[in-house]
Ligand binder design. Sequence first.
Ligand SMILES: Cc1cc2nc3c(=O)[nH]c(=O)nc-3n(C[C@H](O)[C@H](O)[C@H](O)COP(=O)(O)OP(=O)(O)OC[C@H]3O[C@@H](n4cnc5c(N)ncnc54)[C@H](O)[C@@H]3O)c2cc1C
Length: 485
Amino acid sequence: MKIGIIGAGIGGIATAVRMASRGYEVSVFEANSYPGGKLSEFSINGYRFDAGPSLFTMPQYVEELFDVAGVNMNGHFQYERLDVVCNYFWEDGKRLSAFADKHKFAATIEENLSVEKGKVLELLASSQKKYELTGRIFLEKSLHRLSTWLDIKVLKAIFHLPQLDIFSSMNEVNQKILQHPKLVQLFNRYATYNGSNPYKAPGLLNIIPHFEYEFGAYFPRAGMYSITKSLYELAKEKGVKFHFNTKVEEIIVEKNKAIGIKVNDETRYFDKIVSNMDVFNAYRKLLPEQKHPHKILKQQKSTSALIFYWGIKKIFPELDLHNILFSDNYKKEFEDLENGIIYSDPTVYINITSKYNTYDAPQDCENWFTMINVPFNAGQDWDTMIAVARKSIIEKINRILKIDIESLIECEAILDPRTIESKTQSHLGSLYGTSSSNRMAAFFRHANFSDQISNLYFCGGSVHPGGGIPLCLLSAKIVDEVMHN
Ligand SMILES: Cc1cc2nc3c(=O)[nH]c(=O)nc-3n(C[C@H](O)[C@H](O)[C@H](O)COP(=O)(O)OP(=O)(O)OC[C@H]3O[C@@H](n4cnc5c(N)ncnc54)[C@H](O)[C@@H]3O)c2cc1C
């Protein structure tokens, strides 16, 4: 069987590994000159940066691909579990290290915030319950097939509906259990893991902390890009042919059946086509003549990001791999994001891989990936917004770390919603496809197959089950499953 895959993002590569492992002839067409899409890397002035994702969870899904391929992962890809998931800083001088061990974490909270340990453990237990009831069935299966809904696990989930907190927001659930404003803010932040607003997203999304505190947060030994690199090498080892600098122009459909793609004005024929590109653009650009699922395509997009990659001439012992400098008014920050603007004093995330890989920065220096959440691109005046945000980020860092950070910046690169869009073809530069702020969002993500065009499948962050590396890897698994059952 001949499979054509459009896009070498992490979802496309994972699909390629699965298809090639079945013995199929697989060709991947990628518009860029490199694999990985958002999960890529670059270097400037002796500093190496992971361009996009910085947090690695659920490594078992990477491991599963090596298993499927029958290749021993050791020697190809290595990772280690983090002891500290994140360091948190507030404007009033309060600091907190979130330990991965939930009991140690709860004890630190009790010591630092005077919140009884039991409350954090209660919240994490309810996250676990949510995962047990919904995780396997809603994240690992297609929501668009009857067989999923006939599964007894769905009945069990429906029976426990009140425990899923679908009708409360994440903030309401966190508020009810945790009460302490700093702790509520800390747990509300998990909504940003899929670009949502915790004041609107359903409490069901409180499943996310379970991934970190139960399954763990990890650091790939050779940086985040090694996820792309190792899976790309694995795909090649299984015989996948990659065609870079090759933008697919059209998906050829005959009698409601996908039969090939058009690249460089040439038609290439395949038995099945899998699109890893943003589903919005797949319809608008590659399937202009076909019927479009308008309701799905017009769903609100997730937030985007503004990143300053800075080479910093100093070591900061108080910082770790993941660091958050919180804003004082989280609610307003999310309201502004929904209104298409950047809050005047946004929460700042600093990721420093040189803490683990010293060769990612010159000696006595650090590679800072400094990020804030920003709205998706709706044609705002980004140049002005970026200049204003840069100033407020620097002021915040100076205040909280009591430093003059500007004088320590040796080199700088910037990624914003416009460049995210142009580099990865993500509609409006959103990071995670559709926003999950809506209670029904999961049901308005596109399926992993087309119900109008046979032999056409979809993977990646813009379709079910959603954005983020683990879910993109799962989308490849679901494509494989629906194709063969
Ligand atoms: C700044 C940032 C931070 C993030 N942080 C995290 C994080 O910490 N943890 C996490 O898990 N996730 C994170 N994410 C999200 C994660 O990166 C994405 O969900 C995931 O990488 C998306 O993978 P994908 O398979 O959808 O493909 P994408 O990465 O979107 O790639 C799609 C590919 O398709 C190609 N393409 C598009 N159109 C065509 C065409 N017509 N022809 C040929 N090729 C085409 C593009 O060039 C691109 O390479 C972050 C993303 C960004 C940008």
